[in-house]
Write a protein that binds this ligand. Structure first.
Ligand code: HEC
Length: 149
């Protein structure tokens, strides 16, 4: 009896570990796209201060708005021309399902039609723009448009 219990416990752990490694089936990403665990778990070293968000917003307007839309709604001219299906970053659920590390990885390495920034953009700038993106869904909550600290 004891032996069976221990065996079942070991089996459970093995199955759980196997499921975690099966990343090809993660519905958040295109088929076959995987992000190494250590990148996914990276945390954002840049605090979302007003300065960081403002700097991120500037960078966003020049590099990202043509696809992701001026307001983050996903209706940029280039995205429309390319017929891309884009998420609306003003909705919290669009980005909440990703960790900071996952977003940083996608921004650096690209994903499908999302272009890779690679090393041409310093890390701090990338974190600033991610702080900006996360702030888009927070500003709406107050109703009057005032950003809460
Ligand atoms: C050529 C159009 C294009 C440009 C320019 C672009 N993106 Fe994207 N981006 C995409 C597409 C397409 C996706 C994938 C959307 C999906 O499948 O959900 C994406 C995905 C992302 C994601 C992952 C989260 C998600 O919604 O899937 C982030 C973060 C992101 N983009 C940020 C940026 C930032 C920051 C910039 C500017 C530096 C930028 N993008 C420039 C097209 C673009």
């Amino acid at each position: 009896m004891r032996g069976t219990l221990v065996f079942s416990a070991v089996l459970c752990v093995a199955i759980a570990a196997g499921a975690r490694q099966d990343k090809g089936k993660d519905a958040r990403f295109p088929e076959g796209y995987t992000i190494p665990e250590k990148d996914a778990q990276m945390s954002n070293p840049v605090k979302p201060t007003e300065g960081s968000i403002a700097a991120g917003g500037k960078f966003y307007s020049s590099q990202c708005a043509m696809c992701h839309g001026k307001t983050g709604d996903g209706k940029g001219d280039l995205a429309e021309q390319m017929g891309l299906k884009m998420p609306d970053y003003r909705k919290p659920e669009s980005l909440a399902k990703f960790t900071d590390g996952e977003l940083f990885y996608i921004l650096t390495n690209g994903m499908g039609k999302m272009p890779a920034e690679g090393d041409r953009t310093p890390d701090e700038k990338k974190w600033n723009v991610l702080n900006y993106l996360r702030s888009l869904s927070k500003q709406k909550e107050g109703g009057t448009g005032g950003a809460k600290p």
